[in-house]
Design a protein around this ligand. Structure first.
Ligand SMILES: CC(=O)N[C@H](C=O)[C@@H](O)[C@H](O)[C@H](O)COP(=O)(O)O
Length: 518
């Protein structure tokens, strides 16, 4: 059966699920969608319902993920909840059987469904919504994990795919299928870049009703006066260069590639322009955020280890020449702070944003304004020291993901930050100790930030900041503060896109204010 997995490795799987009750909801259409998809590059299919599955099975021997959806009064679980569903799918010819493996009230334990799938000689795919569910499913033996259920277990439905969950699941070292809200080719490509074993696309290929609504809504929004012209935004970081088309708080398309550290600033600017080239003519304002300080259009490294930017590089001019328009620039953490303030975890509140990631950065938004500072370094929390120099350096050099990895390497353990968190979740003392040390320092930093700015909230982002158990560690350490000085922590909501969303909004504002200046 493992050969079946290989047949769609790094490939597209098309979910052929018509809108229930819609004009295309019958087996003939499902077979039509399936054959059209396979004729055009898809390597696998995802099919709902026994009648559809039987019809498609007769038409092709391509790998099929089968599922049955049910709406039950007793459980919110919809995808293949029952023993009889697994049996029916196996008999109808599914190669892989997908079932909801979310941690919710359910008629049959997910582990039992998994065992039953295996007993029928089929592969088991767990549709999960959190990294804990992924871990649990792998532990009880599933062959594949899918990000299918992320965003569908309560609360408002997101519009973007959950690539943070995908990356975290891939790090578990088990095959992962990227599924849910993948609507444009660049998102499918990004999922593969992040290490997905396969990418399931459904609505954007086989639900004309949904696709039509996306177009119609966009047109209606223009009629209603909302500006739907995309803004071009980019985020040039130490490991990745991301360009995006952004409308309001939505990223509608992205392209990205690795930042080649040795190439130098002129080449990094060339790459931004090359990545944005296919979108020429589609965007209005242009904004970009970068690791390091931007002051008066010039760019300087804050920490050359992140990216060796030459001091005072004329970034605004270099980009304006390549893109043929003015480019509004921000430091990446400041841009993310603004994004979280406008559209994410701290809309409209006085906030300090802290990203605890490879490095540690931050941004301050007070009274509705992003504080850039005299030289552009406002919010650079990772560079602060809790004691005068000579004590082992800035907080970032002890508490960041990179520092944590370096500290364990010094004692002979080879583990990056995600691996350290995994080891801590298994209860390994060395890993718990290193995370605690980081949380001690960052909690001290947050306590000081609260006293300096007294913000409504402190928004925590970054791979380390959002890793399992980290914010709880911070809360625990801050719980003893007197109520007046106790920070209110919030999780960042925009993930990897916070920078481009924030700087796009900043760019729109800058271009409007240029337009109104006579
Ligand atoms: C949450 C849930 O019930 N998802 C279902 C799972 O089979 C389908 O309705 C989705 O269409 C499928 O996951 C593909 O996603 P998208 O249509 O966004 O490309």
């Amino acid at each position: 059966m493992q050969a079946c997995l290989q047949r769609f490795a790094s490939s597209l799987i098309v979910s052929c699920q018509p809108v229930p009750g819609g004009p295309l909801d019958h087996p003939e259409s499902v077979v039509g969608f399936a054959l059209a998809a396979l004729a055009s590059g898809a390597k696998g299919l995802r099919i709902e319902g026994v009648a559809n599955l039987r019809a498609v099975r007769t038409a092709t021997d391509a790998p099929i993920i089968g599922l049955i959806k049910r709406d039950m009064d007793t459980s919110p679980v919809r995808i293949t909840p029952l023993v009889e569903d697994v049996i029916a799918l196996a008999e109808a010819g599914a190669d892989i059987i997908a079932f909801d493996a979310t941690d919710r009230v359910r008629p049959v334990p997910a582990a039992e469904l998994c065992a039953l799938v295996h007993a029928h000689g089929k592969l088991a795919m767990a549709d999960i919504s959190t990294i804990e569910e992924a871990r649990a499913a792998i532990a009880f033996g599933v062959d594949l994990v899918g990000t299918t259920m992320s965003g569908y277990t309560g609360g408002p439905e997101p519009t973007e795919p959950d690539f943070d969950l995908l990356a975290a699941a891939v790090a578990l070292g088990h095959p992962v299928i990227a599924e849910g809200r993948i609507r444009v080719p660049d998102q499918a490509a990004e999922a593969i870049r992040l290490g997905a074993h396969g990418v399931v696309v459904g609505s954007a290929i086989t639900r004309p009703e949904h696709i039509t609504t996306w177009f119609a809504d966009a047109i209606e929004a223009v009629k209603a006066g909302e500006d739907e012209t995309p803004t071009l935004a980019f985020d040039l970081g130490g490991s990745k260069t991301l360009v995006a088309l952004v409308v309001g708080g939505r990223v509608i398309e992205t392209r990205s590639e690795e930042t080649l550290r040795g190439d130098g600033a002129e080449a990094w600017c060339d790459r931004v322009a090359a990545l944005a080239e296919p979108w020429r003519g589609r965007y209005g304002a242009v904004g970009g955020c970068v690791t390091g300080v931007v002051d008066g259009g010039r760019w300087t490294a804050l920490n050359p280890e992140t990216l060796p930017v030459p001091a005072g590089f004329p970034l605004a001019d270099a980009l304006a020449t390549r893109l043929g328009t003015e480019v509004a620039l921000l430091n990446d953490a400041q841009a993310a702070a603004w994004g979280e303030y406008r559209y994410g975890g701290g809309v409209g509140r006085d906030l300090v944003f802290l990203t605890i990631s490879t490095g540690i950065g931050g941004g301050v938004v007070l009274g509705g304004a992003l504080r850039i500072g005299r030289s552009g370094v406002a919010g650079s929390a990772g560079l602060t020291r809790l004691r005068p120099s000579g004590d082992g350096g800035p907080i970032e050099s002890v508490a960041s993901g990179r520092a944590m990895a370096a500290a364990v390497k010094a004692v002979g353990i080879d583990a990056d930050a995600p691996a350290i968190f995994l080891a801590a979740a298994r209860g390994e003392a060395w890993a718990v100790g290193i995370i605690d040390r980081s949380a001690d320092l960052v909690a001290g930093l947050i306590g000081n930030i609260q006293l300096l700015f007294d913000p409504d909230i402190v928004v925590i982002g970054g791979g380390v900041g959002l890793a399992e158990g980290y914010r709880e560690r911070l809360e625990l350490r801050l719980a003893g503060q007197p109520p007046l000085m106790r920070p209110e922590l919030r999780a960042a909501m925009l993930g990897r896109n916070a920078g481009v969303i924030g700087v796009a909004d900043h760019a729109r504002r800058m271009s409007k204010s240029r337009g109104t200046k006579k």
